[in-house]
Design a protein around this ligand. Structure first.
Ligand code: APR
Length: 180
């Protein structure tokens, strides 16, 4: 069973084996988490993403998938880039969001990473309601069959932190809080 820890703060400052980036399918950067990861992690990360586009993902990384690169200057061994689904009123894309967490843990296992920091994927620019996004994140991580020992959900603001606290409570567990 993965230990879940909630942290208030900036994911680029969390020292773990793998930092998960809320990327887009181009893998060429953006705003939010993506912008922070590339800005703080430095050009090595973008260079590695470009190489992935050239060698494996000519059409871009599909939604729900995950791929790893160097972490550059971040206090981590790897960045795991995952592409969340954009929120849709008419289509239930929950499975794609769950896949982001499941696939990221699978990639972490392949790399031997034991501590993984996740942002609240899709709940920013991609518009996913925080409560539901938190529920999917916590349920998927709890149910995952993985060697990862600790997952830290790094929440950028109090609203997101509260949403994840509620999701952890609903999932019948307690998560150790952490300074942001
Ligand atoms: N650390 C932790 N969490 C952060 C940070 C940060 N530095 N910056 C933003 N967040 C939070 C947001 O508040 C939101 O709750 O991460 C969550 C995800 O928000 P986004 O980064 O906007 O990611 P997402 O909603 O998945 O949208 C992805 O946005 O930045 C672009 O290139 C990216 O096109 C892609 C899209």
């Amino acid at each position: 069973m993965v230990r879940i820890v909630l942290v208030r703060g900036d994911i680029t400052e969390v020292a773990v084996d793998a930092v998960v980036n809320a990327a887009n399918s181009s893998l060429l950067g953006g705003g939010g988490v993506d912008g922070a990861v590339h800005r703080k992690g430095g050009p090595e990360i973008l260079a590695a993403c470009r190489e992935l586009r050239r060698s494996h993902y000519g059409k871009g990384l599909p939604t729900g998938r995950a791929v790893a690169t160097t972490a550059g200057r971040l206090p981590a061994r790897h960045v795991i880039h995952t592409v969340g689904p954009v929120w849709s009123e008419d289509e239930d894309r929950s499975e794609l969001l769950a896949s982001c967490y499941r696939e990221s843990l699978r990639v972490a296992d392949e790399l031997g990473d034991r501590t993984v920091a996740f942002p609240a994927v899709s709940t920013g620019v991609y518009g996913w309601p925080l409560g539901d996004g938190a529920r999917i994140a916590v349920e998927t991580v709890r149910a995952a069959d993985t060697e990862v020992e600790e997952v830290r959900f790094v929440l950028f603001d109090a609203t997101a932190y509260a949403a994840f606290e509620a999701a952890v409570g609903d999932a019948g567990g307690d998560a150790g809080g952490g300074a942001g």
